[in-house]
Design a protein around this ligand. Structure first.
Ligand code: BG6
Length: 474
């Protein structure tokens, strides 16, 4: 009997093929999950052999380092059970579970509650004395505050908070984790990481991708729910947290919640000063012409769903009072460009003016490459004492590093039980609370339009303080 079982509910679906199996396969090839049995569960009544073939095809398509020899070893880890999300049918899994078992809900969000409950009714939520049971839940956790609270209650009928690991895959990204390490393990940063020295923070996640084949989901969600409520809110809280005394999941999550609780509430009267929404029209990404959102297959011709959302958040605490944090994300923008960019205040005094010193920036770049840029002023070579801006760049990965994808990281964390990179319910709740007035306001009216391939709607400017500009994503 293997030491651990991972049951994937929704094993015939897209997430399993594209992300979970390639991650599990790579972890296997690195020798990290040899004693893990992976049991796929889905409503299709497939045989184990059929499931194997299905997964092999997926790996051939999505695992960059697929090799037949590795596959021949990996496939022995796989098993499959077909059935509905009902307790008696899930019962077939009983004989396959190891003392330590993890259930991964790779399901459409509307099934999270049903699945958690059915697993509980089948008796799988109770940890055995010599092991544990954990439940991994994909995003989104609810579609607003009330639905998130209802889902939590449904899950808590059988599962304890400590057993639930809510995924936000951005927390598995190297740059996201580096936000903590780089900032907190270097002496020169902490003293300036506050309102006295920092003028503004811009967190951008721009994509050239459109809605792809996700019309049904995306048109209901929109950019605010799809990206801002979870991924960008996490980058925001991690940028703003107080330093951690130790690597401890609960302290980390407490600190993030503290930031979220200190956000100045947006009210119905201030929504327009804090939030901008946009929707792409036809345009071109590079030379490729693309249709507008409303002409995408499966999208209603009069849809007012936002494909771009920008927010201005302020934090009312000692560290950040007076520093605007800008968050924005959109589809069909000029390029794939993501970063957390921190701008420092002007340098006082005549010398800085004489050498035309510009503001410093510290940029944690996620795309197109993961790297760290420090934008500083240095002397321009020559006879004058003049300055110019130079960028000190640190590539994130060195030649012999072994990087892990976000899903590889998070699967290992889930197996090891490290909850720091998963969302606790109070974080989810706070994020929904912050956005509630915006969600309400956006139920009516229409987004501002922007051409596909552009930098987003020009109205995003209204969120900025005088003298500030959005960083270019082109
Ligand atoms: C997902 C969103 O959570 O994150 C997508 O639903 C988005 O709309 C994606 O494209 C971006 O993540 P990544 O890891 O592909 O950059």
């Amino acid at each position: 009997m293997p030491a651990m079982t991972l049951v994937i509910l929704g094993a015939s679906g897209d997430l399993t093929q594209r992300l979970l199996m390639p991650a599990l396969y790579r972890l296997h090839t690195l020798g990290l999950t040899r004693d893990l049995r992976i049991v796929g569960y889905a409503k299709e009544r497939w045989s184990r052999e059929h499931f194997e073939k299905h997964i092999q095809k997926a790996l051939q398509a999505f695992a960059p380092d697929y090799k037949t020899s590795d596959w021949n070893r990996f496939r022995h880890q796989l098993d499959y059970v077909g059935g509905e999300l009902e307790a008696d049918q899930l019962g077939q899994l009983k004989s396959k579970l190891a003392p330590a078992s993890l259930f991964y809900l790779a399901l459409p969000p509307q099934l999270f509650g049903t699945a958690a409950k059915a697993l509980g009714q089948a008796g799988f939520a109770k940890s055995p004395r010599n092991g544990w049971r954990r439940l991994v839940v994909e995003k989104p956790f609810g579609t607003d505050l009330a639905s998130a609270q209802a889902l939590r209650q449904e899950m808590h009928e059988y599962w304890e908070e400590e057993q639930i690991m809510r995924i936000d895959h951005f927390l598995g990204k190297e740059t996201t984790q580096n936000l903590i390490v780089f900032r907190m393990a270097n002496r020169f940063i902490e003293p300036v990481w506050n309102a006295q020295h920092i003028a503004q923070v811009q967190i951008t996640f721009a994509e050239t991708l459109g809605v792809e084949k996700r019309a049904a989901y995306y048109d209901k969600a929109g950019a605010l729910r799809d990206m801002l409520q979870n991924h960008l809110m996490q980058l925001f809280s991690l940028t703003a947290i107080a330093p951690l005394a130790e690597v401890n999941a609960e302290i980390l999550r407490d600190h993030k919640v503290e930031v979220l609780r200190s956000v100045v509430p947006i009210t119905p009267a201030t929504v327009d000063a804090h939030a901008v929404r946009g929707q792409y029209r036809a345009g071109a990404i590079g030379r490729k012409k693309v249709v507008g959102y409303r002409s995408e297959p499966g999208i209603p011709r009069s849809s007012c769903t936002e494909t771009f959302a920008a927010l201005r958040l302020e934090i009312d605490n000692w560290r950040w009072c007076g520093v605007p944090f800008y968050l924005r994300s959109g589809k069909r923008l000029a390029s794939n460009y993501s970063e957390i960019a921190v701008q420092f205040r002007d340098v006082p005094g005549g010398l800085a003016k004489a050498v035309s010193a510009q503001n410093n920036w510290m940029i944690f770049r996620i795309q197109p490459v993961e790297q760290l840029d420090l934008v500083v002023t240095a002397k321009r070579p020559g006879l004058e004492l003049a300055g110019r801006q130079v960028v000190l760049t640190a590539p994130y990965e060195m030649p012999h590093d072994r990087g892990f994808s976000a899903y590889e990281q998070l699967i290992m964390d889930a197996i090891e039980g490290f909850r720091g990179h998963f969302l606790r319910f109070d974080e989810v709740e706070c994020a929904w609370k912050i956005l509630a007035p915006v969600l309400d306001a956006w139920q009516t009216g229409a987004p501002d339009f922007y051409a596909a391939g552009s930098e987003g709607p020009s109205t995003q400017k209204r969120l900025l303080d005088p003298g500030q500009t959005w960083r270019s994503i082109a």
